[in-house]
Design a protein around this ligand. Structure first.
Ligand SMILES: *Cc1c(COP(=O)(O)O)cnc(C)c1O
Ligand SMILES: [Zn+2]
Length: 412
């Protein structure tokens, strides 16, 4: 048996049993998983964690399943890369990339949340899973769901990047391309979820799904040598990842694995869809929905479900937010690739470009041990930088032709 005590409304505190439900019947607040931390503290030690395979389930007592995990047994435990060259470029002392560009199996952090959501969906007895996606979730539910033997209905905005559409289709799901933006897709999915008894990973399974994001935070602590960073920069779509990284840090303290948490949490968004950062900059708790217009499609949620909670975490921790243009996103993707050899998708460009602004403005100081959450792989959004890179040097298949080109390259 696991250590979940039940679900609890984040607003009024009413408690609910562990069911595929996500919203409070009384106040419509979102439901969240509650754990028996005293019980977890007795069994989950550093030694226990270190003795387990390097995947996200090494923290399974802090995840909302009852039995053994069945999905995503190779997901998580991505590298925490010490980014020395990038740090030097930015004048930072100690900078890290949490590199979820290499998450198994679909190269984005969504493999974490889907591993947990589908393990739970199977425990609930569902045979069909579904989701509303900005791209990476579609890819991950398609893949994890195929391996888990589940039927899949995947809803996406029709204008998604071609690589994400093709990559999702490879696993043979039912892919539904909706003429509308993500917020339209999500609204439609709420109606579909009322009608069909499916596990919608980010609707009726959302309280369980969202917990999977915590594993990125646990790993950061473990990989830093059992301590929290001074600053963490998190790309925000719904705002869920940001709130869960913070929750993971507090939980590690709660169960006695670390002694204190002293981290400022920062939000990164694209200027063309920055409702959370706008609220932070204006100093308000009210999230004003926007119509997204950005190349960072994976972050293009105009009406973020966890936006309010994200602003609370940022305020509580003394963090801040920054938003960046499409041109800044492209430059940052290239900078990360050229300095660290890591090719990130548009969301990664958002994170690095935002971090650079926060360093410039002094919100992150140069001495802060800083972690950038790089959440998806550049091969998935290659159209974003097409035309913004160099070109190959075309030659004839002979040495003379190569030597001519080499002369041009070396004299340039
Ligand atoms: C979904 C996603 C995020 C953030 O998601 P939240 O909804 O804020 O939890 C960040 N990066 C990438 C690449 C994503 O696909
Ligand atoms: Zn409530």
């Amino acid at each position: 048996m696991g250590f979940v005590r039940g679900l609890k409304c984040r607003e009024c505190g009413r408690e609910y049993p562990v069911d595929p439900i996500y919203v409070c019947e009384f106040c419509f607040g979102p439901l969240e998983v509650v754990y028996d931390y005293d019980g977890i503290k007795k069994v989950l030690t550093k030694e226990k964690i270190l003795s387990r395979p390097q995947n996200l389930w090494r923290y399974k007592e802090l995840l909302p399943i009852d039995g053994e995990p069945t999905v995503g047994l190779h997901s998580g435990f991505t590298p925490l890369v010490r980014a020395k060259k990038l740090a030097e470029h930015l004048g930072m002392k100690e900078l890290y990339i949490k590199d979820d560009t290499v998450t198994h199996p679909t190269l984005s952090f969504k493999d974490r949340v889907v591993a947990v959501a589908l393990s739970k969906a199977k425990e609930f007895g569902f045979d069909t899973v579904a989701c509303a996606s900005t791209g990476n979730l579609a890819h991950s539910v398609s893949a994890h769901g195929a391996a888990a033997g589940l039927k899949r209905y995947i809803f996406i905005p029709a204008t998604l990047e071609q690589s994400k559409i093709v990559a999702s289709l490879a696993y043979g799901p039912n892919l539904i391309a909706v003429d509308g933006n993500y917020d339209d897709v999500n609204r439609l999915c709420s109606e579909v979820a009322n009608k069909h008894n499916w596990a919608f990973v980010n609707i009726n399974i959302r309280p369980f799904y969202a917990e999977g994001s915590k594993t990125q935070g646990y790993e950061i602590i473990e990989q830093l040598g059992w301590k929290t960073p001074d600053a963490v920069v998190v790309p925000c779509a719904s705002g869920s990842l940001l709130t869960k990284i913070w929750k993971s840090f507090k939980e590690m303290k709660e169960i006695g694995i670390i002694d204190n948490v002293n981290t400022k949490v920062f939000s990164a968004q694209a200027t063309g869809c920055s409702p959370i950062v706008a609220a932070i900059k204006e100093g308000t708790d009210v999230i004003r929905p926007v119509k997204p217009d950005t190349i960072a499609k994976s972050l293009a949620i105009g009406n973020p479900a966890d936006g309010y909670y994200a602003t609370q975490v940022i305020k509580e921790t003394g963090g801040f937010g920054a938003d960046v243009s499409d041109a800044e996103i492209i430059d940052a993707i290239k900078l990360l690739a050229e300095t660290e050899g890591i090719f990130a998708e548009t969301a990664g460009g958002v994170t690095l470009a935002s971090a650079m602004k926060l360093i410039d403005s002094g919100h992150i100081s140069k001495g802060d041990v800083t972690v950038l959450c790089i959440t998806g792989n550049g091969l998935k959004t290659k159209e974003a930088i097409e035309g913004h890179t160099g070109e190959p040097h075309h030659i004839d298949p002979n040495l003379k032709s190569f030597e001519e080109v080499l002369k041009k390259i070396t004299s340039a």
